[in-house]
Design a protein around this ligand. Structure first.
Ligand SMILES: C[S@@+](CC[C@H](N)C(=O)[O-])C[C@H]1O[C@@H](n2cnc3c(N)ncnc32)[C@H](O)[C@@H]1O
Length: 213
C-alpha cells in the first residue's frame, strides 16, 4: 500500500469513530480478575503477551514504570498494574475520546498525545518499559520511525506487538503497514523463545540500564 495516500489525521479519525468498541474492550478488561494463571482475555492479537511479559521479568527484573504508546482506552492498564505488579503506568494516545474514556474507567493515568508530534510534545518522563500494541502497523514508515525513536529514548526496554502478516479480512483499519521492526528500532533484539510467534518483539537499548533515569 502506498504511503502517499495516507493523510495525517486519517488514522486518528478512524479510531475516534471506533471509540465505543475500544471503550467496551477496556470495560471488559476492567471486569476481568486477571489471575496470573490465566491469560487476560480481551487482548486482541496479543495472545502470548503474558508469556512474553514473564519471560522479560525473569530476564530483566520487574519494570517499575511502563509507558503505553497508542494506549487506546487502556485495555492493558490492569494487565500491567494488577497483573504484573508494575507500580507506575502512563498511557498516551492521539484520540481524545479514547483518552477521556480511559481516564474515566481507570483513573487519571492517560493523556492525549500525537506520537507524530515528537519532539514538540516531549519531554516524557522516562520509563523502564515502553509498550506498544497494534499502533505502528497503522502508521506509515516515517511516523512509525518517529514513534520507535521516541520509545527507544524513553525506556531501555521496548515491547512491541504488531502485525507482521498481511491484514486479515475482518480488520477494517484504513491502512495496515507491515514494518521491519528490528530495522525500525535499531536496538538489540532480545532473543526469546517467543520469537517464534513473530509478532512480539522485545528490544533493549544497551546504553541504558533498566534502573536508569
Ligand atoms: C488498534 S488501536 C490499539 C489501541 C491499544 N494499544 C490497544 O491495544 O487496545 C490503535 C491506537 O493507535 C492510536 N493512534 C493512531 N495514530 C496515533 C498517533 N499518531 N499518535 C498516538 N496514537 C495514535 C489510535 O488512536 C488507537 O487508539
Amino acid at each position: 500500500m502506498s504511503t502517499d495516500k495516507w493523510t495525517a489525521d486519517e488514522t486518528a479519525v478512524h479510531f475516534q469513530g471506533r471509540a465505543p468498541e475500544y471503550i467496551a474492550r477496556a470495560e471488559k478488561a476492567a471486569a476481568h480478575p486477571f489471575a496470573m494463571a490465566t491469560l487476560p482475555m480481551p487482548l486482541g492479537g496479543a495472545q502470548n503477551l503474558l508469556e512474553a511479559a514473564w519471560w522479560l521479568i525473569e530476564k530483566k527484573g520487574r519494570p517499575q514504570r511502563v509507558l503505553d504508546f497508542g494506549c487506546g482506552c487502556g485495555q492493558f492498564f490492569k494487565f500491567f498494574t494488577t497483573g504484573l505488579g508494575i507500580t507506575s503506568y502512563r498511557g498516551l494516545d492521539a484520540s481524545e475520546p479514547a483518552i477521556a474514556a480511559a481516564n474515566k474507567i481507570w483513573g487519571e493515568y492517560f493523556r492525549v498525545m500525537d506520537l507524530r508530534m515528537y519532539p514538540a510534545r516531549a519531554p516524557l518522563k522516562k520509563a523502564d518499559l515502553a509498550f506498544c500494541h497494534g499502533v505502528l502497523m497503522h502508521l506509515p514508515a516515517a511516523a512509525a520511525q518517529t514513534t520507535a525513536t521516541l520509545m527507544r529514548l524513553t525506556a531501555p526496554l521496548q515491547m512491541v506487538i504488531e502485525m507482521t502478516r498481511p491484514r486479515p479480512e475482518d480488520n477494517l483499519a484504513p491502512h495496515i503497514f507491515i514494518h521491519d521492526y528490528t530495522k525500525l528500532f535499531g536496538t538489540m533484539i532480545l532473543k526469546s523463545p517467543l520469537n517464534e510467534y513473530k509478532d512480539i518483539f522485545i528490544f533493549e537499548n544497551p546504553k541504558r540500564q533498566v534502573t536508569g533515569d
